[in-house]
Design a binder for this molecule. Structure first.
Ligand SMILES: Nc1ncnc2c1ncn2[C@@H]1O[C@H](COP(=O)(O)OP(=O)(O)OP(=O)(O)O)[C@@H](O)[C@H]1O
Ligand SMILES: [Mg+2]
Length: 261
């Protein structure tokens, strides 16, 4: 059974960047196979990890349903088996990791359906990987739709503002309230401008009862990498943001990595 790490937080805080860096970190540190799950309908985790996506759950769902509707069940397969097969076809195999993308549902398909499918398959596929890293869409709606089912570590990412931390607190409260099966919850404060801001924001988050995993500096290298359409794999090892984030992961993922099978 995989160790599942998920990211939530308001829009533009750095979820996708950090999810991509987490995949990179796990591959570098453990060499084990990671499943990346892009549970954001505006999918872009593939860009962060530098792979092309040819199909998504959203895009194949209608075709799969049509096959079933028309009674074209090859070899007398069950509906479930057809779906399993088609979903597996959408998984992109890259170097050290695979990627499953929710995408946008086509036709009449609603987001809840694609969401349900991604949750179910994240659970189903978890047996085939040592780690699963889920990049969620912004905000809180996906939590109530339960995109992320059982999660070992949930990182909520905040920008470096008091308002951002208040939003992160609301997200954290909702996760607790919905009793999502979450092992540990941590806050990451991203794009911090300097040590004074870091100290102040950390103190504020702690006052709200949030468990702060650490802060990551605002780093032009990260921004430019994204701006130039380059994957996070190209962020240099000595970039301040990467060093800070890897130090956070060294600490937070220690036990998960030690117990990974
Ligand atoms: N530490 C950092 N320093 C500088 N820029 C950063 C940092 N972290 C993220 N960024 C930049 O912030 C922008 C938003 O990042 P990202 O796409 O990862 O956020 P997101 O939370 O996934 O957004 P969305 O909610 O739209 O999915 C990107 O341009 C990214 O390069
Ligand atoms: Mg994103």
């Amino acid at each position: 059974m995989a160790q599942i790490i998920a990211f939530s937080g308001k829009g533009g805080t750095g979820k996708t960047t950090l999810a991509g860096l987490t995949i990179r970190y796990i591959i570098e540190r453990t060499g084990r196979l990671v499943l990346g799950v892009d549970a954001d309908s505006n999918s872009c985790l593939n860009l962060a990890v530098g792979v092309d996506v040819h199909a998504t759950i959203g895009s194949i769902r209608e075709t799969a349903l049509e096959t079933i509707r028309l009674g074209n069940r090859p070899g007398g397969l069950t509906t479930e088996e057809i779906f399993d097969y088609q979903i597996k076809q959408t998984i992109v195999e890259a170097s050290g990791f695979d990627l499953l993308v929710m995408g946008r549902p086509e036709g009449q398909g609603c987001y809840c359906a694609a969401n349900n499918i991604i949750r179910k398959y994240t659970d189903k596929l978890a047996d085939d990987y040592s780690f699963v890293v889920i990049d969620n869409e912004a905000g809180m709606e996906h939590l109530s739709r339960r995109t992320s089912s059982a999660v070992d570590i949930m990182f909520t990412v905040s920008d470096a503002t008091v308002k951002g931390i208040k939003t992160a607190k609301r997200i954290d409260d909702l996760i607790k309230e919905l009793s999502l099966q979450t092992g540990k919850r941590f806050l990451i404060i991203n794009r911090v401008k300097g040590p004074d801001d870091a100290a102040q924001l950390k103190a504020y988050a702690a006052e709200l009862g949030l468990s702060v995993a650490g802060v990551i500096p605002d780093d032009k290298t990260v921004f430019d990498t994204d701006l130039n359409g380059r994957p996070v794999a190209e962020i240099p090892k000595d970039a301040p943001s990467l060093k800070s984030y890897y130090a956070i992961l060294d600490d937070v993922l220690k036990t998960l990595i030690a117990s990974a099978t």
